[in-house]
Write a protein that binds this ligand. Sequence first.
Ligand code: ATP
Length: 632
Amino acid sequence: MTSQSEAETYSFQAEAAQILNLMAHSLYSNKEIFLRELVSNASDAIDRLRSERYAHPESVGAEPEQEARIRVAFDKDAGTLTIADNGIGMSRQEVIDNIGTIARSGTAEFLRTLTGDQRRDAELIGQFGVGFYSAFIVAERVVLTTRRAGLPASEGVRWSSDGKGEYAVEAVERAERGTTIVLELREGEDELLNEHRLRSIVQRYSDHISQPIVMGQDEAPVNQASALWARPKSELSEQDYHSYYRHLTNDYTDPLAYVHTKVEGRYEYTMLLYVPSRAPHDLWVPQARRGVRLHVRRVFILEDTGQLLPGYLRFVHGIVDSADLPLNVSREILQGSQAVDHIRSSAVKRVLKLLKELAEKEPGKYADFWKQFGGVLKQGIADDPAHREDLTELLRFTSTRSDTQDADVSLGDYVARMKEGQDKIYYLLAPSLAAAAASPHLEAFRAKGIEVLLLGEAVDNFVVSGSLREYQGKRLQSVAQGAPDFGELTDEAEKEAAEQADSDYAALLGKLKAHLAGKAWDVRVTNRLTTSPACIVADGEETDFTVVQRMRGSGLPNQPILEINPRHPLVERLNRDQEDPRVREWAHVLFDQSVLTAGARIEEPATFVTRLNDLLTALTADTTTRTADTPD
Ligand SMILES: Nc1ncnc2c1ncn2[C@@H]1O[C@H](COP(=O)(O)OP(=O)(O)OP(=O)(O)O)[C@@H](O)[C@H]1O
């Protein structure tokens, strides 16, 4: 076995090697970001030491308390740049796990999303958080020396690599805890060995790091080193808020909106919360990091895992700083804390209010927000009954009145333009917006000029089935469920026509039912259709069938009802020729084609096609015979 003092060589994981290669090639035009990444890691390491001191004092107890600092230095003669911190440091195993592996969730997915377009990829990499490996943008070799707080000086570790596939790890003596990273710069990078240049990079990218960053012999910090959220609003410009947002998130676009507020009273806390303008790549990854960080009296404590904001607001970034919680607060304590409950509910209220104001004052911006985050926000309707009312006002839908597929209709808009005598809010759930817009279920609603909301997202099921039953006293009603109910919008003539159709078609309905026994639960005449011959609906009491479709994947309600259009020529003809032996085949074709237009699957597509072809052939034969019979 190799002794600890000898260097051991390891290979990078495949993904790490790929990321390294990308760094060097895609990020060069933005190369200074390496310093931001390394300084940010140093700052995290100092934050982690602080939290560990409170959470597990026994593990770092013997470490002397020093003022936290990050030092940036350079050596012109040696061609090196050094970034050092007195944070938590790493053990040998941590070095191997954290620096040699890229096991973070999303890495593989990130690599898949790369397009090959250098500019776009550079933005993606920026959003992903490039981390330690960005050192190789400018360095041909990187040497990291570290010692974990709480371990003896003999357990220092040195990691070194030229970033080409392998790295070496060896044991070294290191008296002081923390991490020092030396970058041996590539040829042509000498311009970085310049105090003025380095200061300006630090100020540009790391001004908001809360620990002091010092340079050379000068102990005065290069950065502001203050918690921005703790400064009075009157001192801060929009520019300050935006640059702090970029610091927090690595996002290269400005936030859409933010709220900064200091609350005093029973509980005392400050919140600075941002709504981004773009969704992150991992918005739908269940274990993805959330964007709110908890501080206690300015000391970073932990990243939110759902205690500070509910899942449907997981896109919000920012800071919550409490004056009431103890510094050694753990996730378990947070869960039972009244102060945290209070903060959470006030944070939700403030974000929803911010969104409401955005919707009212800047509808264009709100439409952008909805495109990015609407799907996530909708989850709140089902998940958060306490704020359902506020959330309902924020919902936007596509409707039969929309010119595009953009969701631009609020429930308020819908109700305001409801037709005289209309007492329900109609919607149609479908597997996609395109399927919804093309659905035969809309025909009569279109003919009557009644607006229908088109719901094409999976989450819509949970919005309308159960959680949201009514709005401003108007019931939400699916147009694909139960008998169509136009309320007062049905006139006398229509009622009479419907009754007449029921009696005219009674015999045909009986035959169709018999032919479709076991397939259709019922067959009835409808006034729902104008141009299609038939459609499938779910029984009134049943869960809307697209919900069932998504749950079971079969596509049909448990009790599918075939509705036929008495004014369609095909249906009229069937009624006239009820004794035709092909009525049975027609019944099946009508049923199957209705299944198809509902966006569902037919069970025996080959049988359907054979039937259809047989009927077409028979019709052609009829026509040919008739043509032949016709005298010149
Ligand atoms: N100066 C440091 N002190 C202690 N640990 C460090 C230091 N630099 C990096 N690490 C460890 O190495 C890990 C990987 O760092 P890296 O910068 O690649 O990713 P990250 O910081 O976790 O994520 P991201 O850069 O996406 O925010 C860190 O999570 C941390 O555990």
